[in-house]
Design a protein around this ligand. Sequence first.
Ligand code: ADP
Ligand code: MG
Length: 208
Amino acid sequence: MQDNIKLKTINLDLFYGKFHALKGVNLEIKKNAITSIIGPSGCGKSTLLRVFNRMNDLIESVRITGECLLDGENIIGSQAGLNELRKRIGLVFQRPNPFPLSIYENVLYGVKIHGLLEKRNPDEVAEGSLRKTGLWNHVKDKLGDSAMSLSPEQKQRLCVSRLIAMEPEVILMDEPCSALDPIATAKIEELAIELKSRYTIVIVTHNM
Ligand code: ADP
Ligand code: MG
């Protein structure tokens, strides 16, 4: 596989029971770039994103054939390393979904449950992650406040910060702006452009 390809699907088919949702998908996702997936509602965009971090494993009726390569290794059907995979490939949801905890606890939530804080200073992880999403200056004096007090755009930035704290390689975004107004949307899109030098980004969007 070429060095600049992070993810690649080969003849990928996905069935929900008898329903054939993804048909022969052959796709290459480049490293350190933003790849947009655009298409009508119900065409399988979210389903495809969920293939990349194996979220479909949670749905009993799902059957997948074909391959999905991450850095050249097939992730379909392998039982090993699901936790490892979810650390490498994070998903940002349509609706910002911070937890009803403080801003500080939200940023560190993923790293804590994955046991990734042992060799890292929590304050530094929190600050670094909040800086990368441009949220630090807004929240540095109120890290103990509830995440629920933030605006929708800030909540979405916080969810991206929470992912970045895990040092992922790929960030999947499923219509991350659909709950935001146009100004907030533009800002989240600018954020994606800033992040692409460090991460591989796949974004489902309606916004050309
Ligand atoms: P999109 O994100 O492009 O709107 P989805 O990936 O959500 O599309 O859905 C693709 C198709 O698969 C749709 O027809 C949808 O109804 C169906 N589908 C999605 N999730 C499930 C599921 N858990 N069980 C059965 N069918 C599903
Ligand atoms: Mg969808």
